[in-house]
Design a protein around this ligand. Sequence first.
Ligand code: AGP
Length: 638
Amino acid sequence: MCGIVGYIGKSHCKDLVLGGMQRLEYRGYDSAGFVFVNEKAACLSYLKRTGTVANLAKELSVFDEDGFSGIGHTRWATHGVVNEANAHPHFNCKGNIALVHNGIIEEHESLRNELIAQGHKFLSKTDSEVLVHYFSSLFDIYKSVKKATIELVKKIKGAYSIVVLIEELPDQLLVIRHNSPLVLGRQKKGFFVASDVIAFSDKVDEFAFMPEDSIAVINKNSIQLLDFSGKSLLPVWQESNLAFVDVSKDGFEHFMLKEIYEQKKVIDKIVNFYRLVGTDSKLSASDDLGNALKYQLDIEYQDRIWQQLGLSLKTVKNLKKINLIAAGTSWHACKIGQFFFESISNIQTSVYLASEFCYMPFFKEKDSIFIFLSQSGETADTLQALRLVKSHNVPTVVITNVPSSTMVQESSGFLPMQAGPEISVASTKAFSAQQSILFILANRIALELEKITLQEMKSAEEDLFMVSQVLEMAIENYKWEISNGLAEKYSAYDKYIFLGRHISYPMAMEAALKLKEISYIFAQSYPAGELKHGPIALIDETTPVVLFSALDEIIYKKLLSNAQEVKARSGHLVVFAFEGQNELIGLADYAFVLPKVNPLLAPLACTGVMQFFVYEITKRLGRPIDKPRNLAKSVTVE
Ligand code: AGP
């Protein structure tokens, strides 16, 4: 996934584009490039570098050249290593057409060979460069931007958001969208285009999402929007009251640490936002009391939540099957949510990996819904799964942190995660927010189906308030030990095994993902019950085994025997356990012990201290914690 920003208008474009690129660095930060029509030299001028937008901006700041139309790109490499040649923009052979691209071009090798046979010279190893040479050859034939574009989109397959700048047409930007998000912005002095509205949200009066399979030809005073057949379309402009939330670290060393500490507030806000408030309810001791009053909703909200989800009461009351689909950390939240829906709402629930779902047979089930979890609302795998389900006319519901995202635009309804912008690539507060919302939703459905009483609904809300305090307190209780020796000690290991069982297994998966994605230490998660079927061969004192306990008595006993299997083979055992689980605690080389909570919320209770432990281990390895190598915050390519 990459970030694209373009501007054309009466203002100089350099700072506007670079500022927008800085805001899109979450989409990719391998390399960055900027190209504009130089108003003095009347030619395309550009600079592209590996590394961050800040580095690029610093180099550009020594030149005073500028222009009124320009495009920028932040790259997350899909094809071609990270180097300057593979950074965008890419140019045609004459160097008078510049192009930036986000997505993946399928069969680009055959296209490249076709173009090389026609005499085109390639400077990069990327799939994107094929686009500019192909467009240029079509433009030479048709002498028309529109005709060349319509021919281009007939030929190329894959996912692409493209912006093109043509030297001989300095007052024009060409924009193409297929399976990769782009949004237009309109202000009095000109127009923006970007991969995400946050690139320009506070600089425009209105914004409009580019429809799927559409082309925009933008001049300084107007936009012409077409579909891929050349038929005119009308942009659906929305007022941009999206004041840019200039997220700062607020004094924390990393965004990840800040977001770990925001989790209590996020959970409290979610409970207050979605809570049913009757006369007898007391508001939480949340420091968001003001918000709680603002968000408190009357009993009729019950209906409104279904309207928000785009579900009729009838659909909810007849629900027989719930399907959850996501990727990465969001998928781990779904695996935990499955226990909520099956034990609270008593509805059979399946969980699918988005990247697998589209390649499995689809069985349309009566009275079923699909819920898609995505912090960004842009993950390509999850979006493709949503589109497939939608094509079968099955209700699609999204739970996301970005109400302006593509998934929200394309779903039947959505629930906002209320977590605030999550900047660090490693997902932390989103994971807690997702668990909290799924817990509330499972209880709401149970209430609707009269499987629980209003009082039980309210105690479920209180349970969440309690767990948010336990989550924060666990970090405080272990912060000193982790920061003064424990993290140092555990940063010395080069491989880990994480174990869990039943509802604690997704927690083991999440912990393993957190550790590997920011520290680069190899970490394998495994169902504890499977250990004896092979992986136990890995157990020795050089590989810490981290086991997440559970509060279900039977499961706890099973986990205890798994822990004994580890210790019987001189394994090194770290446990996340609960008060009273003294046998397990006594077995461990190190034990994090938390107060007992609602058994279904045991993973949520452990979430913060697990994340803090992984964060501190990683800090000792000197990794770029907020922007790990090879990763990006939103994976908008399949
Ligand atoms: C988690 O730390 C990662 N950043 C990654 O697994 C992420 O959860 C996944 O890419 C899904 O992203 P989404 O929630 O925005 O769809």
